[in-house]
Design a protein around this ligand. Structure first.
Ligand code: NDP
Length: 234
């Protein structure tokens, strides 16, 4: 039987590349998404990850078709950038609700299935910014650094059940999210990245495939940077 891999937000960007990479591995891939075209071979259930009941219903629907989720890649995320003193409560809360609490909702439901299977691979998409900080991203970096604590607590709680939980910390990757950056900002960021370029979505996907693999069973609570050397995991 093929493995059921659920990737949140697989309609575009990094999530799309991750879903495609697992399809190429021969896994059965599904997604919780809000709309748009999905890559070939990916089954979708529409839900917003800020809605607990919708997340649980989407898991139920996808598991009815493909069996229990064995690999969760929690990828869906947003930014609402702004300098601290101008950041509204809403800008802060919205980012936490998607990036942190939304991830929690998916992890909690996935672990329910993984405990029964006595197998699970949880891959959380964090960010280099969660480790290094970034001006204008107090909300976003707070949400992403918290995923490290989440992966490590999940590891300590259910690590004895064949379940691993790790964080990928991508650096600057070419997607819609970074398309919002101006040319000057891109040039400035590139100059500080040892690799001197932004990353490709496929480079993050390759790391997700590894952490989601059966072979990665002894790696848990780790932060794997995919950032061209920018943050080096610190
Ligand atoms: P995109 O903006 O291209 O895609 C974000 C994805 O998340 C979309 O599929 C979006 O769905 C989904 N999403 C957002 N909010 C929700 C929600 N409430 N419920 C369900 N799905 C939602 O971003 P990227 O592909 O660049 O980013 C993917 C992940 O990687 C994010 O967690 C991001 O923080 C992280 N990351 C990105 C980096 C980069 O440089 N690009 C660097 C480091 C981390 P929809 O299409 O409906 O909006």
């Amino acid at each position: 039987m093929t493995r059921h891999v659920l990737v949140t937000g697989a309609a575009r960007g990094i999530g799309r590349a991750i879903a495609e990479a697992f399809v190429a591995e021969g896994d059965t891939v599904s997604t919780i998404y809000r709309g748009g075209d999905l890559p070939e071979g990916v089954t979708g259930a529409v839900a917003d990850i800020t809605d607990t009941a919708a997340v649980n219903a989407a898991f139920d629907e996808l598991e009815a078709q493909h069996g229990r989720v064995r690999v969760l890649v929690a990828n869906a995320g947003i930014t609402r950038d702004g300098l601290l003193m101008r950041m509204t409560d809403e800008d802060f809360a919205d980012v936490i609700d998607v990036n942190l609490t939304g991830t929690f909702r998916c992890v909690r439901r996935a672990v329910n299935s993984m405990m029964r299977e006595r197998f699970g691979r949880i891959v959380l998409i964090g960010s280099v910014v969660g480790l290094m900080g970034n001006p204008g991203q107090v909300n976003y970096s707070s949400s992403k650094s918290a995923l490290v604590g989440m992966a490590r607590s999940v590891t300590r709680e259910v690590g004895s059940r064949g379940i691993t939980a790790n964080v990928i910390a991508p650096g600057f990757i070419t997607t819609d999210m970074t398309a919002e950056l101006g040319e000057d900002v891109v040039k400035q960021y590139e100059s500080t990245i040892p690799a001197k370029r932004f990353g490709a979505t496929a480079e993050v996907a390759a790391a997700a495939v590894y952490l989601g693999s059966d072979a990665a069973g002894y790696v848990s609570g780790a932060v794997l940077p995919v950032d061209g050397g920018l943050g080096m995991g610190h």
